[in-house]
Design a protein around this ligand. Structure first.
Ligand SMILES: [Zn+2]
Length: 61
């Protein structure tokens, strides 16, 4: 199974899709990307509303 999270699905105009074999692996890739490319802070990422959005946008394939 592959976990996927597309930037576009969390409201960011960006073609990036984070992928990983586990939720943790995928989140690590996604967090590294949004910090580097979109200027997100840990505070923003750990915000309960953001976490809810992220979890709703994750796809399992
Ligand atoms: Zn992005």
């Amino acid at each position: 199974m592959t976990y996927k999270l597309a930037c576009a699905d969390v409201g960011v105009t960006c073609p990036f899709v984070a992928e990983g074999k586990t939720m943790d692996e995928m989140m690590e890739v996604a967090i590294k990307h949004v910090k580097a490319e979109h200027g997100y802070t840990d505070e923003q990422i750990n915000d309960p509303e953001t976490q809810k959005e992220i979890k709703a946008a994750v796809k399992k394939e």
